[in-house]
Design a binder for this molecule. Sequence first.
Ligand code: PLP
Length: 360
Amino acid sequence: MIPIARPVMTSQEKEKVLEVMESGMLAAGSYVEEFARKFADYSGTAFGVATSSGTTALHAALEAAGIGAGDKVITTPFTFIASSNSILYTGAKPVFVDVDPLTYNIDPKEIRKALEADPTIKAIMIVHLYGLLCDMEEIMRIVDEYDLILIEDAAQSHGAEFKGQRAGSFGQLAAFSFYPTKNMTTGEGGIILTQQEELADRAARLINHGQSERYYHDELGYNYRMTNLAAAIGLAQLERLDDYNAKRRANAKFFDEAFAELDWLRTPLEPTGYRHVYHQYTVKVPRRDQFAAHLKENGIGYGIHYPLPVTEQPFYKELGYGKVDFPVTQKLCREVVSLPVHPALTEMELTTIAEVVKSF
Ligand SMILES: *Cc1c(COP(=O)(O)O)cnc(C)c1O
């Protein structure tokens, strides 16, 4: 079986983790600070606050931005559930809008429609799906026009670029995940990025029980801290992120060429000016379930990202979200399938995957 994801752990990770173990400083400390600084620097922001996961980073980022009960936040139904769950945690209400049929990212035209229908909307949470940045030109224009708070869910887009600007540096705040299947990992982990010191301070307090000084707590906060053990893995991984992303891009190019002749399969789009980092290499096929069965029979791991619009998950339906149709998302949920594209794939494995796909 060729797995859909396979994190790479080298002697660099092992040595760093051992260093932390021997230091005795296992929880938050200097490794976390160094990792947060370096990841923020890599992504082009002034501040980074490392967290226990991508989900906790999203939740704390929203709260740091002042989002809470009664607020409305536009987001996409075609994403991992953590994006909109984090909005629900704050007491705010997600307002879902459909995605673009070519990029699968949130559709700016639909954002405008939602804002025209409801001018009380306060923020947008965009998701750079599969490693491709959203339409940042048009989204930044809308954000300025309507004076909105922009939060980036960059959990799938470490190092992705639009016109040389990296994921996580567009919004007031951004959140990344370092789960083992992502472009780089810390085991479990996440980070909040921002250009504004005040927001960074607020986020740092929120993830540490609202503490300003030892045992002085200014507000209700959480324990969402990253550990030094996780940061040690992250420091080693960050050194190789560019290599990993280059390998992902080379693997994607190999597939693009191998599948160019298949008129029944649509490969991922990389519009001009964008640098896709292929967190997933997701193709669109009409008979998806048969195609997925064919992959499985032939030992190719795959993922369905995602089989249901968020709005059709049972508890979202209970909240009353199931009634609105998102035709583009609904169709994608029936047609998408992600192939292995991770940097640990061998040339043999790449060739096998391409042959199995072509033999369908
Ligand atoms: C992985 C992911 C998250 C959540 O990250 P965790 O670290 O698993 O909590 C959020 N949003 C998107 C789009 C993701 O892919």
